[in-house]
Design a protein around this ligand. Structure first.
Ligand code: NDP
Ligand code: HSE
Length: 402
């Protein structure tokens, strides 16, 4: 019998309880044993919950119960979740988490701690919600030198962009819907300002390139600056605007990682990823390009990934299930300044002035554009080169083109 305790009975934690209960027959069959939910810890009371008899308020009950094998951490944040995770690992319990903030900030230390205590720390749900991505990256693609990862990594912002474009909702209306669906973080600025996508690209980069990448090393821009005018201009030339997290292997073991809105060509499968869906494109030196796609947030899709980790541990609690990467370094991550791409620019200027400044450009048009507004695509150049050319120009938006 493998006993499970869930910490945090919110969107994800309640989904984990439901999946463990609803699918118990198939789970037991796959594990060739019994997987049982023994405790749920939450600060709130749930007197009407079907699991009401399992609730505890004191973590030490779980920590000190030798029958608990797996602790599922779905509280979020990097404070109490860090304390509980460390205590669970030290108590010899494997921990499964959906908490990307914790993994991106303290993943290396927690993996070390798990190793010291002969237990596992797994977090498949921390990137891409229900999409299988971390295990495929480290297992199915293990034969490759991985060159780059490009992903739509945040369900909330992709949902907001899609609803604004397709249903004409305002930003605030679309965000409210995302929150009502349980997609957004407790503080949705983490979604909107790109920090959530940043944490996810850090985890992907660490697994792909072998060293911890910290969120404060990764330049991050969210979707606040994306306007419906930008969306219309992008549309006019066959592009969609997507918030991308990117990680690129650089020479001498360095990593270039960043998060920013991009214009993505409609010919690129990432352009067709809508609503809460996420997609992660990975390039390996043997496999070429592969892409992982599915629901990036939400109760049951995320619980699906969490419970898969629980099953993996339950199949053999003694086996080494470690994810692994090395420590980070202050000079590991290099700026994307050296990365050449075409650029989309919307500015208060004329096409003639834009041509004078940027040379060869592709002018764009949209219905209802105010006088004095010009939007265009540039030839490939680096960001410092672009900034040089745009000096003195009143720029509304500038995004890389993928
Ligand atoms: P929720 O806010 O819905 O759930 C967190 C739960 O933990 C709440 O019930 C909260 O109670 C409870 N909690 C807070 N503090 C404590 C504490 N000290 N002890 C016990 N319980 C506590 O968050 P989500 O379920 O959405 O997210 C959980 C984690 O999963 C986060 O790290 C998130 O980033 C991640 N995640 C979320 C996804 C999603 O689609 N929602 C998808 C993938 C990952 P209260 O509400 O009273 O604070
Ligand atoms: N807030 C996150 C998102 C949850 O919208 O993608 C899934 O990690």
């Amino acid at each position: 019998m493998v006993n499970v305790a869930i910490l945090g009975f919110g969107t994800v934690g309640s989904g984990v309880a439901d999946v463990l209960t609803r699918n118990s027959a198939v789970i037991d069959q796959r594990v060739d044993g019994l997987v049982r939910l023994k405790y749920i810890l939450d600060v709130r009371d749930f007197p009407d919950s079907p699991y009401k008899d399992l609730f505890v308020k004191d973590f030490s009950v779980i920590e000190n119960d030798p029958e608990v094998d797996v602790v599922v951490e779905t509280i979020g944040g990097a404070k109490v979740a860090l304390d509980f995770t460390q205590r669970a690992l030290k108590a010899g319990k494997s921990v499964v988490s959906s908490n990307k903030e914790l993994v991106a900030t303290h993943g290396y230390d927690l993996l070390q701690l798990a190793k010291e205590h002969g237990v596992s720390y797994l977090f498949e749900a921390s990137v891409g919600g229900g999409i299988p991505i971390l295990r495929p990256l480290t297992a199915c693609l293990a034969a490759n030198e991985l060159d780059q990862i490009t992903g739509i990594l945040n369900g909330t912002t992709n949902y907001i962009l899609t609803r604004m474009i397709k249903a004409g909702l305002s930003f605030d209306q679309a965000l409210k819907e995302a929150q009502a669906n349980g997609y957004a973080e407790q503080d949705p600025t983490a979604d909107v300002d790109g920090h959530d996508a940043c944490r996810k690209i850090c985890i992907l980069a660490a697994l792909a390139f072998g060293q911890h990448v910290y969120p404060d090393q990764v330049p991050t821009q969210g979707i606040r600056g994306v306007t419906l005018a930008d969306v219309a201009y992008a549309d006019s030339c066959g592009y969609k605007i997507k918030l991308l997290g990117r990680a690129i292997r650089e020479p001498e073991g360095k990593v270039c990682a960043f998060v920013a809105p991009h214009l993505v060509s409609c010919e690129n499968p990432l352009a067709g990823v809508e609503d809460v869906f996420n997609a992660i494109a990975v390039t390996g030196n043997a496999v070429g390009d592969v892409m992982f796609y599915g629901r990036g947030a939400g109760k049951l899709p995320t619980a699906s990934a969490v419970v898969a980790d629980v099953i993996d541990i339950a199949k053999d609690t003694k086996r080494d299930h470690h994810n692994q990467w090395g420590p980070g370094a202050p000079d590991l991550v290099v700026s994307p300044d050296g990365l050449t791409s075409r650029w989309y620019v919307r500015a208060q200027t004329t096409m003639d002035q834009a041509r004078l400044a940027c040379g060869e450009i592709q002018p764009l048009a949209r219905a209802g554009a105010p006088a004095g507004e010009a939007a265009f695509l540039t030839a490939p150049m680096t960001e410092p080169q672009l900034m040089d050319r745009l000096a003195g120009m009143e720029v509304g938006s500038r995004f890389r083109v993928l």
